[in-house]
Design a protein around this ligand. Structure first.
Ligand SMILES: CC/C=C\C/C=C\CCC/C=C/CC(=O)SCCNC(=O)CCNC(=O)[C@H](O)C(C)(C)COP(=O)(O)OP(=O)(O)OC[C@H]1O[C@@H](n2cnc3c(N)ncnc32)[C@H](O)[C@@H]1OP(=O)(O)O
Length: 284
């Protein structure tokens, strides 16, 4: 195909599929790049973008909008200069109200299914720490660029909790079985360069601008690939993991609720929260 015809087709499809986003997001900034029509979704829930029910619901909504509008791609990043996301909001798990916890967990499942299984390509520009649920969101994306000198990993065991099987499968889709086992059992947080060495991220960046530039470049790889062929291939690789959760969704919610409300687990969370607070006090 001639380059001029390609660019005309691209422009036409951009005009007809321009995504429309709600301006009502409280915890997200959503913007579309005029050059390539890639949407950047910026997490904006200070201080650490912890994933509570509100933030998860907004991420779920934006993913639905992107799918409907046949977006050519999405970049996930953070408005903070040191935290991508601190993972699940511990306050949603500490002494939870059962009904609220079920909604919260359902929203997390939704985000995982939509992001891990999105038909459009996705990249994470990880411009800060990405522990636990933060690492999960980044691993759901197809490509990860991370700014140097931050941490990423599934550190759940350090909190006395357990990464659910669908978190584990997401890591297995990213790094080797051996590295996943070692990382999960020890709750390892990888520094950016260690994450690169093990394949947990794809590229390092010097700062957020560099991370966004590299993430945008990732989408150029798909310019000549028919979106349907791309989407089917991704589904062949990831679809069965998503089907497994769909089949076991209710059971997963019940099991998680009964584990998280165990007194020992609650004590562990309390201890961890106290450590976070003490860290601040001893730094002051
Ligand atoms: C046996 C069976 C048991 C289990 C049940 C089964 C399944 C459950 C599975 C649950 C899966 C969970 C996945 C998760 O995501 S758990 C969350 C894990 N997150 C973390 O460990 C990160 C904790 N935070 C940090 O390490 C640091 O905050 C961070 C490096 C991200 C940033 O450091 P910084 O110095 O910039 O900020 P802080 O001063 O530490 O924090 C600022 C305030 O934010 C509060 N905070 C931090 N993280 C969280 C969080 N995840 N949730 C809620 N609140 C958080 C922190 O306490 C500070 O608060 P204030 O002191 O300002 O009030």
């Amino acid at each position: 195909m001639m380059a001029s015809t390609r660019s005309l087709l691209r422009t036409k499809s951009l005009i007809s599929n321009l995504p429309r986003f709600s301006s009502n997001y409280k915890c997200l900034d959503v913007s579309v790049n005029n050059d390539n029509n890639i949407t950047t979704v910026t997490l904006k829930r200070p201080p650490v973008n912890s994933l509570n029910l509100d933030l998860l619901s907004e991420i779920s909504d934006v993913l639905t909008d992107l799918k409907k509008s046949k977006s050519p791609g999405m970049i996930l990043t953070s408005s903070s200069d040191k935290v991508f996301t601190a993972g699940l909001d511990i306050m949603e798990m500490h002494k939870p109200d059962p009904e609220r916890f079920k909604q919260f967990w359902y929203a997390l499942q939704d985000v995982w299914m939509k992001l891990y299984g999105s038909p459009f390509p996705t990249a994470a520009a990880i411009n800060g720490h990405a522990p636990a649920g933060g690492c999960l969101l980044a691993m759901c994306c197809e490509y990860r660029v991370m700014v140097q000198n931050f941490n990423i990993g599934l550190n759940e065991t350090q909190l006395g909790i357990v990464a659910p099987i669908w978190f584990i499968k997401t890591m297995l889709n990213t790094i080797s079985i051996r590295d996943t086992e070692l990382a999960l059992t020890t709750g390892r947080l990888f520094k950016t360069d260690e994450a690169l060495a093990v394949g947990l991220i794809d590229e390092m960046a010097t700062d957020k601008a560099d991370a966004l530039k590299k993430a945008n470049a990732f989408f150029e790889r798909f310019e000549m690939i028919p979106p349907i062929a791309r989407a089917y291939t991704k589904d062949s690789l990831r679809g069965s993991d998503i089907e497994d959760l769909k089949k076991n969704r209710e059971k997963d919610i019940q099991t998680t609720l009964s584990l998280i409300t165990q007194p020992k687990v609650q004590q562990g969370l309390e201890f961890y929260l106290a450590l976070l607070k003490n860290k601040k006090e001893s730094a002051a």
